[in-house]
Design a protein around this ligand. Structure first.
Ligand SMILES: C[S@@+](CC[C@H](N)C(=O)[O-])C[C@H]1O[C@@H](n2cnc3c(N)ncnc32)[C@H](O)[C@@H]1O
Length: 192
């Protein structure tokens, strides 16, 4: 079967010229670093965001389905790129202390499957931070329309809906927002 056009693979060499890398201060405060263990940047693309976390964790793995995006990540020292769909992550359960997903959840094909996989590979006591455009805001509704017109197959969820993807009794979630951006923070309690 013919694969659908991948916008990110086409844009990869110029991606950071359009979407500039900036110190992700809010994300850094929410993800709560430094830690000894591993961070997963799911849908991490070129490493535009996770490059700022390099001296704050033992290991940063970028999991993305676009090889051209990962080629750009590979140029950045200290990032370990892995080509995979976020719906089927090639890691054992309880692998990562921290997981981040920035501006990618609305692009994946199966959001519930992706959430289930993020949860599976998160260690007990660990934390997931998902950053998304806040679809409750008018400007983001326009962005969603533009992405529809560009045939990007995006599907935006409100922060409450994202939190509901993590339904385990061990999950505790909260969200914050600032302007057009929302952060959903999910913690995996250690149980008794
Ligand atoms: C808007 S980019 C964000 C990249 C990076 N997180 C950032 O903020 O610069 C979305 C990324 O999600 C990736 N992506 C989309 N669907 C995916 C999936 N099902 N599994 C893994 N990566 C996916 C794309 O290849 C792309 O690199």
């Amino acid at each position: 079967m013919k694969k659908p056009f991948n916008h990110f693979s086409a844009l990869a060499p110029k991606y950071e010229a359009y979407i500039k890398p900036n110190l992700p201060e809010k994300l850094l405060s929410l993800i709560n670093l430094p830690i000894q263990g591993r961070i997963l940047d799911a849908g991490g693309g070129t490493g535009r965001v996770s490059q700022f976390l390099r001296n704050k964790s033992a290991r940063i793995v970028i999991a993305d389905q676009s090889l051209p995006m990962l080629r750009e990540a590979k140029r950045k020292e200290g990032l370990q790129p892995i080509c995979t769909d976020s719906e089927t992550l090639p890691f054992p359960e309880n692998t990562f202390e921290r997981i981040m997903m920035v501006d990618a959840l609305h692009h994946v094909n199966h959001q519930q499957q992706t959430a289930d996989e993020l949860w599976r590979v998160l260690k007990p006591g660990g934390r997931i931070v998902i950053e998304e455009p806040d679809i409750r805001k008018f400007g983001v509704k326009l962005l969603a329309l533009a992405e529809k017109i560009a045939l990007m197959r995006s599907h935006f969820l409100a922060p409450e809906q994202i939190a509901q993807l993590f339904s385990s009794p061990l999950a505790s979630s909260r969200f914050e927002n600032d302007g057009a951006t929302a952060w959903i923070i999910i913690e995996k309690r250690t149980g008794c």
